[in-house]
Design a protein around this ligand. Structure first.
Ligand code: SF4
Length: 345
């Protein structure tokens, strides 16, 4: 653990090369009750998140279920409207844009879902699945669409002769390849992969991750790679953002973040990866995160992680830690990195 660190007044400065730059992003969902649907509270799903994704870069967003990472995915793609904050894609501010303005940008940012088969209409052939985004973008030449769909299938390692089959005729890994082919149909610059390999067997996961890496090299894609499994995220990511209860608690280059985590939550995740079996981890003295993640409708005061943190001390229960520089390209939000720890003595 480093000694006292400087506050990071402007975390993760955006650069000209950033494909995506997210700043202070907030999404609160109202909780309503009664016939009049009176607002009685808010689910604070995303609460002041900032990060960026560079050209040809993979940024992993990792956290437990309920951390808000999938909400971030939907906000970035403007499938949800943010409560506040900024989302810049290829230098253009997306928040506040209407559907017409968004349409040409949407082809440049696509999503790969966890369960492709359930996201496809079961009556659609593979050709229809892949060509639908082309048609939505005005590609009405059926022959050209068919040729393009066949090329995309081959690009993801399937046969162009599979176009007239139905997605349910394929294995899980093959179906995910179809999902990737569909996402690539409009020549995107950014792919948001939301738990894209979570439903697959480990050996198939590796194949799909290798495919994503080779497509990235070939097509110069940028990825926002969202997963709960740090093992998966570290395999593909250049940089990693760790989310906890609506906030990014640490971010930095993948290797450094995992070999020397600065935030206690990252440390527990990294320890869990180092020792897959939690019982063995405990026996070896490795940290295992305890208890359940609290509800985002009532996040704990102070540091949101304090109810589960093995290092919590008094200020953690009342004062939210601010993000501070924690090494080259690294940021973490923990009192142990600031003057609070020094004051504790
Ligand atoms: Fe733990 Fe306190 Fe750091 Fe939060 S601020 S992670 S509770 S030590």
């Amino acid at each position: 653990m480093s000694s006292v660190a400087e506050p990071a007044a402007a975390p993760v400065p955006a650069t000209e090369q950033d494909v995506l730059a997210v700043r202070d992003l907030v999404k609160h969902f109202p909780i309503t009750r009664g016939l009049l649907r009176r607002t009685v509270g808010h689910v604070r799903a995303v609460d002041g998140v900032s990060f960026s994704v560079g050209q040809g870069e993979t940024v992993g967003l990792v956290g437990e279920s309920g951390s808000g990472k999938s909400t971030v995915a939907r906000l970035v793609l403007r499938l949800l409207d943010p409560t506040s904050g900024s989302i810049r894609f290829e230098g253009r501010e997306l928040t506040g844009m209407g559907a017409r303005e968004l349409r040409p940008l949407r082809r440049r940012m696509q999503i790969v879902f966890q369960d492709p088969v359930s996201s496809f209409d079961p009556r659609m052939t593979v050709f229809s699945v892949i060509s639908e985004p082309l048609e939505a973008q005005g590609g009405t030449d059926g022959r050209a669409n068919r040729r393009r769909a066949g090329e995309l299938l081959e690009l993801v390692g399937l046969s162009g002769s599979d176009l007239d089959k139905y997605p349910h005729q394929f294995s899980g890994g093959q179906a995910q390849r179809i999902g990737i082919a569909r996402a690539l149909a409009t020549d995107p610059r950014l792919l948001v992969c939301d738990e894209a390999v979570s439903a697959l067997d480990v050996s198939v996961q590796a194949q799909v991750l290798n495919l994503l890496r080779s497509l990235q090299r070939e097509l110069g894609l940028s990825y926002l790679f969202i997963a709960h499994d740090l093992n998966v995220v570290r395999y593909v990511s250049d940089r990693i953002c760790v989310m906890y209860l609506g906030e990014i608690v640490e971010q930095g280059p993948a290797d450094e973040l995992l070999s020397d985590p600065r935030h206690p939550y990252t440390r527990t995740l990294a320890d869990a990866v180092a020792t897959a079996d939690p019982t063995v981890a405990r026996l070896r003295g490795r940290r295992v995160v305890r208890g359940e993640i609290p509800s985002p409708s009532a996040p704990p005061p102070g540091c949101r992680f304090h109810t589960r943190c093995p290092s919590a001390f008094d200020p953690c229960r009342t004062t939210p830690p601010q993000p501070v520089a924690a090494g080259p390209g690294r940021i973490a939000a923990c009192h142990l990195l600031t003057g609070e720890a020094a004051a504790r003595g």
